[in-house]
Write a protein that binds this ligand. Structure first.
Ligand SMILES: *Cc1c(COP(=O)(O)O)cnc(C)c1O
Length: 468
């Protein structure tokens, strides 16, 4: 094969090739990265050749040029095309962690764009013309929506848990029920975070049952905190018992120096229970029961940006704000901008709640979902003979490790293709533009319209009809 090596075109010849000139200039990439890509392409073809992967009848200079250009074009595309891209979520799972959890409201997006594209008062008190603190920007909003004395925002809820343990547990003992030692999304474990924080985990009770006296008996001079963790992503059923927050508060008067902290996970500000959806406590209710601190995510049920919100006693929040880690875990102006607009919806008239895509999707009416499914079926049937579409009853999940036992009644379009299997169809939909993510069940592709907006319908149907 070595004799063919001299047929490899030199770099300047590639650079002068008409097709190369076209694709490189359309890419607007700088000369340096382009040169590196050409070098990678030549190296690639040389390696293929030396490894005997290129048959000798394809070893002309022209053949090599074609291979190099194909490689170059593909590589250039990977640098030009967006990496993080929009996808259509046809799974019906509203808080799909792999698909970016909560979508933001239009107002939140607009505000992010406004604030990010100009200077802002992030750490500046306009009236006084003096330095301010980013902690002050939305604290009063958080106080209004949660009923807490004080509040602050960090990077995510995992960061909130870490900061609280580190700053307030003082390397003392933290009592947690064995039934609440959760792992969330494979990478967040209460026990590991606790270890990193320097606090000592004291497990009480058993996997299925923890009693009041379990907590009581575990308290000693080294105890600094009692932590309750919302078992977000699983349910224990059967012979179970846990101590509810109100009951636990009986320990407060006996041990006034302990901090009572509840990691709520999702932390809903909207009362889904009232609509018969799940039994997620509203943040305000938990604080009213007397806990000192709660923390929850910004991009779960709240429907905002990734953030960790900490709310509770002023004295404790002050300590947290002053801790070095608060600086490490602080959030950007874009997060504040999105959170501000998201929180304001909760202070507005009831029907504005529909502005938040997360809440809207969870409470979306079955009639609306059904209407979209029927529209899809009619349109696909009219436009192509390749599909068979069935409308079926099904259930959707809230997702994001939230309300694991809640099944939201929904309607799906179950689609089969005359040539492709369901898995082949699902793959083709995924690699389309925009990507369409579906569920496959019983050799059919299922689209759950709970998570598909009216605006996305054209792209969705186009995706099916343009398949090759
Ligand atoms: C989701 C969750 C977390 C982690 O929150 P992030 O915002 O994803 O960091 C922590 N604790 C509980 C109970 C959760 O449900």
């Amino acid at each position: 094969m070595k004799q063919y090596l001299r047929e490899l075109p030199p770099v300047h010849e590639i650079q002068n090739n008409e097709r190369y000139v076209r694709i490189s200039s359309a890419s607007h990439l700088a000369n340096e990265p382009l040169k590196e890509i050409i070098q990678e392409a030549v190296d690639y073809v040389r390696e293929q050749l030396l490894n005997g992967h290129i048959p000798s009848n394809q070893c002309s200079k022209n053949d090599f040029m074609l291979m190099i250009l194909d490689f170059t074009e593909e590589k250039i595309n990977t640098f030009v095309k967006a990496r993080l891209t929009k996808v259509i979520n046809g799974t019906g799972t509203v808080l799909h962690t792999n698909l970016g959890r909560a979508r933001l409201s239009d107002n939140a997006i607009k505000h992010v764009s406004d604030v990010a594209s100009s200077y802002s008062n992030l750490e500046y008190r306009i009236k006084e013309g003096k330095r301010g603190s980013r902690h002050d920007i939305i604290e009063d909003l958080l106080i209004k929506v949660t009923g807490a004395e004080a509040a602050m925002v960090v990077n995510n809820n995992a960061a909130a848990v870490f900061l609280i343990l580190r700053a307030l547990a003082n390397e003392g003992e933290v009592i947690v029920s064995r039934g609440q030692l959760v792992e969330i999304g494979g990478s967040f474990r209460i026990s590991s975070i606790m270890e990193e924080s320097g606090a000592m985990l004291v497990e009480v009770g058993t996997t299925n049952k923890t009693h009041f006296y379990d907590y009581e008996n575990a308290i000693n001079d080294s105890t600094s905190m009692i932590l309750k963790v919302h078992t977000s992503n699983f349910k224990t059923v059967g012979f179970t018992e846990s101590v509810d927050t109100k009951e636990l508060m009986a320990l407060k008067s006996l041990y006034p120096n302990l901090t009572f902290y509840e990691d709520l996970g999702s932390g809903s500000l909207y009362d889904f229970k009232k609509l018969g959806i799940g039994d997620e406590p509203v943040v305000r209710e938990v604080l009213e029961s007397g806990v000192d601190l709660v923390s929850f995510s910004g991009d779960k049920l709240l429907g905002g940006p990734q953030a960790g919100i900490i709310a509770g006693k002023k004295e404790l929040i002050q300590k947290l704000k002053k801790h070095q880690l608060a600086r490490v875990l602080r959030v950007d102006k874009m997060t504040f901008a999105a959170l501000e607009q998201t929180l304001k919806v909760y202070l507005s008239e009831q029907d504005r709640i529909h502005e938040l895509p997360t809440v809207r999707d969870i409470i979306k009416s079955i009639d609306e979902i059904h209407g979209q499914a029927e529209f899809f079926k009619k349109y696909i049937n009219k436009s192509s003979a390749l599909y068979e579409v069935d409308i079926q009853e099904n259930t959707s999940q809230v997702g994001g490790g939230t309300m694991p036992d809640v099944e939201l009644a929904t309607v799906v379009a179950a689609v089969s293709h005359r040539i492709f299997t369901a898995n082949e169809l699902a793959e083709k939909l995924r690699i389309g533009n925009p990507a369409i993510i579906t569920r496959v069940k019983d050799d059919k592709v299922l689209i759950d319209f709970r998570t598909v907006t009216g605006k996305e319908m054209d792209d969705l149907m186009g995706g099916f009809l343009e398949l090759v």
